[in-house]
Ligand binder design. Structure first.
Ligand code: GAP
Length: 457
């Protein structure tokens, strides 16, 4: 557990422009969040960084951008129509509805992982589990509740026009496997990545943006020949761990948890989660890396009747490739980064500052141009315009310089550039570092390179 409460961090994010309550002027919508002027930048930077590291810099990988609404057969093939559900239980007295496993675990500490409705009912009765809302003992039998959002296409709301909002982005990759193979001329091993919205009608959303009903995923499906002896599973676990470490996330707040055999889906050969010690829980999943074998492509071959095999030119053999899937939620990475970055530092005297030690590559604003006086506005704005061509910078001439430094520290801006009266004569500016608060004076012509060098991942 970190030094700061989750409430304190969330309040800071809400008040400084990272996250707003969704549809706030109408009283909000439960568990819906909007990303503000800073949050949208941070999210975009996280996505750009993932794309750069997993697609742009990896010669094996390509990206796609598939539709959110897919042919419903996709979800039959993937197993989501049948299996993507949680067991729900209703209190007959107060009519409240709960996720059965969570209710039991919270009341008794007993995990009902893998148990069916009857076994769950048995645990409830044996332990006299009470309704968390009204305290009575009168429940319906637990029954499955599908987590996919259902909607209709076209004008008729009948069963033939039912479609679903995708609950994961990876199925858009699997159904396009043969298309990408043909148009990208890739050979195994290779990966297809995608960033996009996913939707799950979660029964127990919560913990701010940790579990929401609408979120973004960044998924890579890395296809390989099952006869290939390289340990691609370990390879991708290591890459994802390195990504998180390079973001500066503290080691003591990170762990990799390998799933036990009983936790694995029947088709999976292994799954590891990168977990973070969020302030609201012991460990929360951020990134899942799974060896899904040939399950998904085989299912789509079966349900579509289309060939999903790969022809190995050298051996003349056709087979369905295996796949490793590193899958991460943008909002989870966002939340991990801000929880790890948030700090309140004691300064000399009674002073203190809130500072977000975000990695400069993802900081929403990279530098702030601060003229010491409004009289220096013209040249300072010129500098702003020049930097803004290549870097996300802001201009601020309101308030004391100390206050402006604090404002920038609190939103994680790595550099403050002060333009003063001497700048008019010597053509230099003072660049202040967010973390060390150290200042250097450099020629204005060198500022852009100075910053670009220091905001690299
Ligand atoms: N294709 C595999 C898949 O979707 P998952 O473990 O269900 O696997 C992958 O989801 C990642 O997506 C999680 O590790 C998490 O980062 C993110 N995620 C899943 N459900 C989420 C939710 N309701 N809200 C926010 N992020 C979520």
């Amino acid at each position: 557990m970190g030094k700061y409460s989750f409430e304190e961090i969330v309040n800071h994010l809400k008040s400084s422009g990272f996250v707003y309550q969704g549809s706030e002027i109408y009283g909000g919508l439960s568990n819906s969040w909007d990303f503000g002027n800073l949050g949208s930048e941070l999210k975009k930077n996280i996505k750009d960084l993932w794309w750069k590291e997993f697609i742009q810099k990896d010669p094996n990988n390509v990206g796609i951008d598939a539709a959110i609404i897919m042919n419903p057969k996709t979800w039959e093939a993937s197993g989501h129509l049948k299996g993507f559900s949680d067991l729900m239980i209703d209190c007959k007295e107060c009519k409240s509805r709960f996720r059965a496993d969570k209710m039991i675990e919270e009341a008794t500490g007993i995990s009902t992982e893998g148990k069916g409705p009857e076994e769950m009912m048995h645990v409830i009765e044996e332990n006299r589990v009470a309704c968390p809302k009204c305290g009575k003992h009168n429940f319906t039998q637990p029954r499955p509740f599908n987590l996919m959002f259902k909607t209709f296409i076209g004008t008729l709301e009948d069963s033939k026009s039912v479609v679903y909002l995708r609950p994961e982005t990876c199925q858009g990759i699997f159904v396009n496997f043969e298309n990408v193979l043909r148009t990208s001329r890739r050979k195994l091993p290779f990966g297809i990545g995608q960033i996009g919205k996913s939707f799950r009608n979660e029964i127990t959303p919560g913990n701010f943006i940790f579990r929401t009903r609408e979120f973004e995923q960044m998924e890579l499906e890395f296809f390989y020949d099952p006869k290939d002896t390289t340990d691609w599973y370990k390879y991708w676990v290591d890459i994802c761990v390195a990504f998180v470490q390079r973001l500066g996330i503290r080691d003591e707040n990170l762990r990799v948890r390998e799933h036990a055999k009983e936790e694995l889906a029947f088709y999976s050969r292994g799954t590891s989660d990168i977990e973070y010690a969020f302030p609201f829980t012991d460990w929360g999943e951020v990134w899942g890396i799974a060896d899904r074998t040939d399950y998904d492509l085989s299912q789509h071959q079966k349900y579509s009747g289309k060939n999903m095999t790969y022809l190995d030119q050298a051996s003349g053999e056709s087979f369905i490739p295996y796949v490793i899937e590193p899958s991460v939620g943008v909002e989870r990475l966002f939340l991990m980064c801000v929880c790890d970055a948030y700090d309140v530092e004691e300064l000399e005297g009674d002073d203190q500052r809130v500072v977000m030690h975000l990695h400069p590559s993802i900081a929403p604003i990279k530098a702030s141009i601060l003229p010491l006086s409004k009289k220096l506005k013209d040249r300072a704005i010129e500098l702003y315009k020049d930097l803004a061509e290549d870097i996300r910078v802001e201009y601020d001439d309101a308030g004391s310089i100390g206050k402006r430094y604090r404002r920038n520290d609190a939103i994680g801006t790595p550099f403050c550039i002060t333009y003063d009266f001497d700048s008019e004569n010597d053509g230099c500016v003072t660049v202040r570092d967010r973390d060390t608060m150290a200042q250097v004076r450099i020629p204005m012509a060198e500022v852009k390179d100075y910053i670009l060098k220091r905001i690299k991942f």
